[in-house]
Design a protein around this ligand. Structure first.
Ligand code: UD2
Length: 321
């Protein structure tokens, strides 16, 4: 009898451990709008005509004027979602953490539960920033490196393992962002989707043969000149925790496969990300409003800059040139 009870508990323990490997938390449900909510009548005839707001695989491309922030936030807020937000600040990049967090508190997913995960080799240098209700910060120590290429590329592996060990139990959605950036305007529930990518601000006017994809067939990030949808920025990946987990796992494995063959993709993680997204189409695409660069003058189609990389002296902040 004792033996049977023991076997039962052993099997139960084994089953729950193996099951937990694949269970992701999610409170996402249908788009239920609160009754009697007042918002502008949507039109099927009048809207943005200067930009394309849907991909050929029918994923929305999010531009100012294509969504109603009041309506969307009111649909998502009752779901009581938690949004994980990861940033890496290795070495001298610790100087960017304060502005990133302070501006995120003003503009990013306001009114939602947000869990920031700051990965750094210098945990004592993480500043204390006042966070609004429902928002938490976790500092996770990771090794430093004397190569910025490795820091950038290893983000995939660290995000993958942290999702596995922690984030999948703590959040519904995740955004992985570059720390040397600031929020300047509303970034809300319109950005939520199963797999979310952002169009890089530097290449959206170019033809695909001019995108800086990895072009050497020896790399697993290789993309042929005749292929490619958009050039996506490596400074933002988002979506369901489960979908971002798969993305990071695949990109990490491809990066390691390349390393085994002594090849490093032209733009490290960004090259692997672009290859992944070519064959695993994002369900939502954010316009360059969600990833601008301070050195770049605003263009007429970009009505609002929501998130932008700050100007930095690469030679001074990076560990190598
Ligand atoms: C571009 C991409 C970036 C990444 C990189 C790879 C955009 C706008 N930016 O940015 O996402 O793909 O190219 O070549 O799409 N970091 C540290 N310490 C370091 C170096 C980097 O913490 O010493 C982290 C930090 O979080 C930083 C991120 O890595 O935000 C990206 O590195 P970067 O800012 O040097 O790369 P950048 O601006 O060329």
């Amino acid at each position: 009898m004792i033996f049977i009870v023991f076997v039962f508990f052993f099997l139960f323990f084994f089953y729950s451990c193996s099951l937990s490997q694949f269970v992701f938390k999610s409170r996402v449900r249908n788009m239920v709008s609160p009754e009697k909510l007042l918002y502008k009548q949507p039109s099927v005839l009048v809207g943005r005509t200067d930009v394309v707001s849907v991909t050929p695989w029918l994923a929305p491309i999010i531009w100012e004027g294509t969504f109603d922030p009041v309506l969307i936030d009111n649909i998502y807020k009752p779901m009581n979602l938690t949004i994980a937000t990861t940033v890496f600040a290795i070495g001298k990049y610790d100087r960017f953490i304060r502005d990133f967090l302070e501006t995120a508190e003003k503009h990013f997913m306001v009114g939602f539960n947000v869990r920031y995960y700051v990965f750094t080799d210098l945990p004592h240098n993480v500043p204390s920033v006042n966070l609004n209700q429902g928002r938490h910060l976790t500092v996770i120590q990771v090794p430093g490196s004397n190569r910025w290429q490795e820091i950038s590329a290893r983000r995939m592996e660290i995000i993958q393992t942290t999702i596995e060990h922690q984030i999948r139990r703590e959040a519904d959605y995740i955004f992985c962002l570059d720390v040397d950036s600031k929020f300047h305007a509303h970034w809300g529930a319109e950005s939520l989707g199963r797999l979310v990518a952002v169009i890089h601000p530097g290449y959206y006017e170019q033809t695909r043969d001019r995108f800086p994809y990895e072009r050497r067939p020896a790399s697993t990030a290789y993309i042929h000149m005749d292929e490619g949808d958009y050039y996506y920025g490596g400074a933002m990946i988002g979506g369901f925790v489960e979908d971002v987990y798969t993305l990071t796992k695949v990109c990490r494995n491809k990066f390691e496969e390349d390393a085994g063959n002594s090849i490093e993709a032209a733009r490290q993680d960004e090259s692997h990300l672009n290859r992944y997204l070519l064959y695993n189409k994002p369900s939502k695409v954010l316009s360059p409003e969600y990833l601008w660069q301070d050195f770049k003058a605003k263009t007429k189609e970009v009505k609002v800059i929501r998130f932008s990389g700050v100007i930095k002296n690469y030679a001074e902040v990076r560990p190598n040139v």
